[in-house]
Design a protein around this ligand. Structure first.
Ligand SMILES: [Zn+2]
Ligand SMILES: [Zn+2]
Length: 401
């Protein structure tokens, strides 16, 4: 742990402090005053919705998944869109944002993590922006790719101008075209900017405090389904910290990840390519390791060593079966994709059948493992039921060996 004397000196950044406290006040009082005097014309809602989606997606799909993690590739038109509307989110230039974020992943939960949750909810949410960053120059070393990108450097140079012109000028002009310039300025400018600010900030605060840890127990990041719709899908943060290069955060089809759907649409439209995803067996393996860790913690609470050890042995053998099924499945898939061009139709059919066989085997192991985890949850401090659980576990895993 860092002692106070070791902590680098931080000074207050008065401009940021003023900006982040004055804009919510202006957004709240400005829109309330406007509502009382003019109501809420549809034109204002339209400008708000457009600016909200454009700037929100530019942060999540652009600043985050493209520039910070390079989880896919995209051409200059989309890059320009992200740079222009990302600047309009008023969260710094992408060069600074992405290098902060890369360090957040690299040094998560430690002194060098720019929004270290260990310093409290408010600090991780927005308090960190009120101070100068003692590691600011050092951080840029993690972004040599961005330092070489002329469009990124252009955005960095023109960032203050872009904030004024796109964050406030554009919604005002849109409002003017629809007959409500002040409404455009307040709803599409101030109010939208504050909502997108806090949407992003919640990932650094709430998604490091509340939720489950299905993929990794090694850091504070959580999966929080409730946060996902509020944050353009970034609420599945435990998965993201485990596999940051994956283009998705919510990997299941039903998980609300609007950024993932946006990327899929841009991919279908030919605007982006090479969406990188982690192979399913690796994701399964991560879950397996976490569940094993949780099971071990549960076993620690049992008082009887022989029973405890027998259950542990049974789980170890289940884990080995699961991993071996996973390996066989992945190998068969890799073989198929490497050699399919050179093989005859019969050989291709044969390997497809093999893949199907291993996939069924893997699914069976997965079901048995889930069953075993439910049984482990039913273990109690003492009681005959624990013996029954041990016998059932042995039966489940024997059927696969
Ligand atoms: Zn995080
Ligand atoms: Zn990230």
């Amino acid at each position: 742990m860092d002692t106070l004397a070791q902590q680098p000196k931080r000074e207050i950044n008065y401009l940021n402090l003023f900006w982040l406290t004055a804009t919510p006040a202006a957004a709240l009082f400005g829109t309330a005053w406007y509502l009382i005097h003019y109501g809420l014309p549809w034109a204002n809602l339209f400008v708000f919705a457009f600016m909200y989606l454009a700037t929100g997606l530019s942060i999540t799909a652009g600043y985050h998944r493209y520039y910070s993690h390079r989880s896919y590739e995209c051409g200059k038109p989309l890059q320009l869109f992200y740079l222009i509307f990302g600047a309009a989110a008023a969260q710094n230039s992408v060069l600074n944002w992405a290098s902060d974020h890369r360090d957040h992943h690299r040094y998560v939960d430690s002194e060098k993590d720019p929004y270290n949750i260990g310093k409290g909810f408010f600090y991780a949410h927005m308090g960190w922006i009120f101070y100068t960053d003692p590691f600011a120059n050092e951080r840029k070393k993690n972004a040599p790719d961005l330092m070489k990108d002329p469009l990124v450097l252009w955005q960095d140079r023109w960032y203050p101008f872009l904030v004024v012109a796109v964050s406030f000028g554009l919604p005002t002009m849109m409002g003017l075209a629809l007959g409500h310039p002040l409404g455009g300025f307040l709803w599409g400018g101030f109010f939208r900017m504050v909502v997108v600010h806090h949407m992003t900030f919640l990932i650094n605060s709430a998604a490091h405090v509340w939720g489950g840890k299905p993929y990794s127990m090694n850091n504070s990041a959580r999966d929080n389904w409730l946060l996902a719709p509020l944050t353009f899908g970034e609420g599945y943060h435990n998965f993201h910290h485990k596999f940051p290069a994956d283009w998705r955060n919510g990997i299941r089809w039903h998980q609300f990840d609007i950024t993932k759907w946006w990327l899929w649409v841009t991919y279908a439209a030919g605007l982006s390519s090479k969406l990188r995803s982690v192979p399913e067996p690796l994701i399964l393996k991560a879950r397996l390791e976490v569940e094993m860790e949780k099971a071990k913690q549960k076993l620690e609470t049992l008082p009887t060593p022989p029973l405890k050890e027998k259950i542990q042995d049974s789980l170890d053998s289940g884990r080995r079966q699961f991993l071996s099924a996973m390996e066989k499945y992945q190998k068969a898939k890799d073989n198929y994709s490497k050699a399919k061009r050179y093989w005859s139709r019969t050989m291709r059919q044969e390997i497809r059948n093999e893949i199907l066989k291993y996939s069924n085997e893997l699914n069976a192991c997965r079901k048995s493992w889930s069953h075993a985890m439910r049984l482990i949850n039913g273990l109690s401090y003492s009681g005959a039921r624990n013996i029954v659980i041990l016998t059932t576990l042995a039966d489940i895993f024997k059927s696969h060996s």
